[in-house]
Design a protein around this ligand. Structure first.
Ligand SMILES: [Zn+2]
Length: 358
């Protein structure tokens, strides 16, 4: 075990804190359940955020506020050796992947609580409140201020808007000492880098027409079919864990009409920013080539026009171990089993690209 972790585990304050967390566990679970039962789809986190702000105040955090993006922030400054120092930021996310009309009630089966988003990230939110209570109650010495944040827009098209806002120029997390994200249940995994993803919408539009009368008019769906075939042929660097997937497509109005519009959405993921950039360029050129081929074969009855839009961008950010705040070997989890380190995780990407000191 890392020497710093061993020394920490031997401190009496930590033993007190661990006992408090066990005693406080029932309240943590109750709050996890309550927060999960407040619907919070991405871009619809306000109600859950408002309740979270109340719970942050109850937990004894200072200067609790909602920022312009909808993140809820609370500070623990009192008692820190360096009150003005760069904070340690600990976050969990308010939003879930579930649409607004989802039944979010939580049910219990034996000792399991089951509900949409109860782990991801109901657990992280409850853990933030538990962390605030244990630090306020057992008062271990803190080297620096602690900033706890419930963020918005972590999932899907939220595109990390909450974390990005925290790390904006002059944002409260800019220049932070370290950033931790608690995401999901489980004690066995610590993620130490950022997985990049880039999402695209490729659209094609043309004059359209009747499938028989206007035959020869270039067909946007045919063009996108060729484009999808080109995307799936792109070479991916396996050693850098790179993936490409077409996830959605739509277009046309009738089976006997040449459509006027069609689109597909695809996502690439990689641990390497260079790979993301390479695939970005190849997706654009592959789509361009497909459209050109379809236009060339058309009977001069108009042209299909292409648009490639980036609809999501989470940059990759590997953590360099020598400069990392992460210990070389992991401390034991309460289960007794050591957790494993793994890279990467999407939420970590924004800090990694914000001049963040790792
Ligand atoms: Zn999550």
């Amino acid at each position: 075990m890392d020497g710093r972790i061993r020394a920490l585990l031997e401190r009496p304050e930590l033993a007190r804190a661990r006992s408090f967390l066990l005693e406080d566990d029932a309240r943590t679970l109750t709050q996890q359940r309550e927060l999960t039962e407040i619907a919070a789809p991405s871009f619809g986190e306000a109600a859950r955020g408002a309740r979270f702000a109340e719970l942050m105040k109850e937990a004894g955090l200072e200067d609790v506020e909602k920022d312009a993006e909808g993140n809820v922030l609370g500070w623990l400054r009192r008692g820190a050796t360096d009150v003005q120092g760069a904070p340690l930021v600990v976050s969990a996310h308010l939003d879930t992947i579930f649409p607004p009309d989802t039944d979010v009630r939580v049910r219990q089966e034996g000792d399991r609580l089951i509900g949409p988003g109860i782990s991801d990230d109901g657990r992280g939110l409850a853990a933030l409140l538990g962390l605030a209570r244990v630090l306020r109650t057992t008062r271990p010495p803190l080297a620096r201020p602690l900033l706890l944040v419930a963020t918005v827009g972590e999932e899907g098209e939220g595109d990390l808007r909450g974390v990005r806002h925290l790390f904006r120029q002059k944002g409260p997390a800019r220049g932070a000492h370290a950033f931790l994200s608690i995401d999901g249940a489980g004690l066995s995994l610590v993620v130490t880098g950022g997985l990049g993803s880039r999402r695209f919408r490729v659209s094609a539009s043309g004059p359209g027409g009747h499938s028989w009368v206007d035959w020869g008019t270039p067909n946007p769906i045919h063009a996108l079919g060729h484009a999808i075939a080109a995307f799936t042929e792109l070479p991916l660097r396996e050693e850098l864990r790179t993936t490409l997937s077409v996830g959605r497509r739509s277009g046309g109005t009738s089976v006997n009409a040449i459509p006027q519009e069609a689109w597909v959405e695809l996502e690439v993921r990689s641990e390497s920013l260079l790979e993301l950039d390479r695939l970005d360029a190849e997706i654009s050129s592959g789509a361009e080539a497909a459209i050109t081929a379809v236009n060339r074969s058309a009977n001069r009855r108009g042209r299909v026009v292409l648009a490639v839009d980036v609809i999501g961008d989470r940059p990759a950010g590997p953590m360099r171990p020598r400069r990392s705040c992460v210990p070389r070997s992991p401390p034991p989890a309460p289960s007794g089993r050591p957790p494993s380190w793994r890279s990467p995780r999407p939420t970590r990407t924004s800090p990694c690209r914000s001049g963040f000191r790792q």
